[in-house]
Design a protein around this ligand. Structure first.
Ligand code: IMP
Length: 198
């Protein structure tokens, strides 16, 4: 096994965030592109764990490094945890988040606070040699009554964070990294792979 980490993502924003979190491991952290790997991977799983594992294991077959892959989404309890693993694909991959968010708000019309509970979920899978590990992180909130905020991306404007009194799109990127589902999941997986990278 090579003492380096490849992140199975093409998203530069995510890479920056993940590099910060993993920096104390003291090993190189590369994107797929930096590792010279190209892979089209279909997310055919039924859970965040399955999808993250599919991505990590597929890339791990192409390298001797430790591979990390994440899968994330928004779960709304009242809508039977929709859009869930289909968050990116909800209403079609090319539909704007303005429309996706508005549609979800309409589906939640008249639903009282107590039943508006929702969360961002992120699962990170690690794959190396013939081994795997996963870690899950969540950020709990409630579906807002209208979109608010310009920061972040995706469903951030409609997840209201009661502890902060604003939506996930109204906190700073630094603050979000500290409390986010993705931050928590990557911190947890880091501890699971620390020993094998020593
Ligand atoms: P993937 O994990 O890259 O497949 O993306 C999952 C989808 O979940 C994203 O396209 C967003 O729609 C949504 N999502 C995941 N994390 C966040 C977040 O932090 N804010 C807003 N939306 C998110």
């Amino acid at each position: 096994m090579e003492k380096k980490i490849i992140i199975a993502t093409g998203n530069e924003g995510k890479m920056k965030e993940i590099r910060m979190i993993l920096s104390d491991l003291g090993v190189p952290v590369l994107s797929l592109k930096e590792a010279g790997i190209s892979a089209e991977i279909a997310e055919t799983g039924n859970t965040f764990e399955e999808n993250a594992l599919i991505k990590a294991k597929t890339v791990a077959k192409l390298t001797k490094a430790v591979v990390l892959a994440d899968d994330s989404g928004l779960e709304i309890d009242y809508l039977n945890r929709e859009p869930g693993i289909y968050s990116a694909r909800y209403l079609g991959e090319d539909t704007s988040y303005a429309v996706k968010n508005q549609t979800l708000l309409e589906r939640m019309e008249g639903v009282p606070d107590a039943q508006r509970t929702a969360r961002f979920v992120c699962v990170v899978a690690a794959a190396w040699e013939d081994q795997t590990a996963t870690a899950r992180g969540v950020m709990e909130g409630r579906i807002a009554y209208k979109p608010a905020g310009e920061n972040g991306f995706g469903y951030d404007p409609i997840l209201y964070l009661p502890e902060y009194g604003c939506t996930s799109a109204q906190i700073s990127p630094e603050q979000k990294n500290e409390i986010s589902h993705r931050g928590k999941a990557f911190c947890a997986i880091k501890e699971k792979i620390r020993d094998i990278l020593r």
